[in-house]
Design a protein around this ligand. Structure first.
Ligand code: FES
Ligand code: FES
Length: 172
C-alpha cells in the first residue's frame, strides 16, 4: 500500500525549558520532558562524574544531592528538579587543610575504592549521611549505603572510609 515504504515518522517531543542550579551555577536548557536528571547532568552539562550503573534504580552510582537530599538521579526527571539546587561529585569542595572534601579524603586514606565506578555515588550518599549524623556507627553507615552497590570492595573499606571522614570532619 501507499504507506509501506515510508519510514515511520515519530513526532519529536515538545521541548521544555528547565533551570537548575548545579554546583552553584545556574544552568538553563531546552530538553525533552522525559529527560532524566542524570542525563541532564551528563549529556547537557558534561558532568560525567555522576555514573549510570543500572537501569533498575538499584545501584546508586547516580547519587547526587537535590535540594539537600541524596537522590538517585536516574529516578528523577530533570523537570522535577526545575528551580532546584543540585550538587554532584564535581561540586564537592576541599575541606580546610585537606586536598579533597573530607569524605573523598577518607576514601583516599582508607582505600575505599577499587574500580571507582560506584565511588561518586558512595561519596555523595556518605556526605548526606554525615550531614544528618556526624558520628554514625558501622551499622548506621551500612544502612545508609544500602542503596549503593559496589562489586569490588566488599564494603568494609568503604565503611572504614566513612568512619575516617566522621572522625576527621571539622563538624564532628
Ligand atoms: Fe541510578 Fe543505578 S544508575 S540507581
Ligand atoms: Fe568498583 Fe565499587 S569500587 S564498584
Amino acid at each position: 500500500n501507499e504507506w509501506s515504504h515510508d519510514t515511520p515518522v515519530i513526532p519529536s517531543a515538545p521541548m521544555t525549558e528547565v533551570t537548575i542550579r548545579v554546583n552553584e551555577e545556574t544552568t538553563t536548557r531546552d530538553i525533552e520532558p522525559r529527560t532524566l536528571l542524570v542525563t541532564y547532568l551528563r549529556d547537557e552539562l558534561d558532568l560525567t562524574g555522576t555514573h549510570i550503573g543500572c537501569d533498575t534504580t538499584s545501584c546508586g552510582a547516580c547519587t547526587v544531592h537535590l535540594d539537600g537530599d541524596a537522590v538517585k538521579s536516574c529516578t528523577v526527571l530533570a523537570v522535577q528538579a526545575d528551580g532546584g539546587e543540585v550538587t554532584t561529585i564535581e561540586g564537592l569542595r576541599p575541606t580546610d587543610g585537606m586536598d579533597f572534601h573530607v569524605v573523598q579524603q577518607g576514601f583516599h586514606e582508607c582505600h575505599g575504592l577499587q574500580c571507582g565506578y560506584c565511588t561518586p555515588g558512595m561519596i555523595m550518599a556518605s556526605v548526606s549521611l554525615l550531614e544528618e549524623n556526624n558520628d554514625p556507627s558501622e551499622q548506621e553507615i551500612r544502612e545508609a549505603l544500602e542503596g549503593n552497590l559496589c562489586r569490588c570492595t566488599g564494603y568494609q573499606m568503604i565503611v572504614d572510609s566513612v568512619r575516617w571522614a566522621a572522625e576527621h570532619s571539622p563538624t564532628s
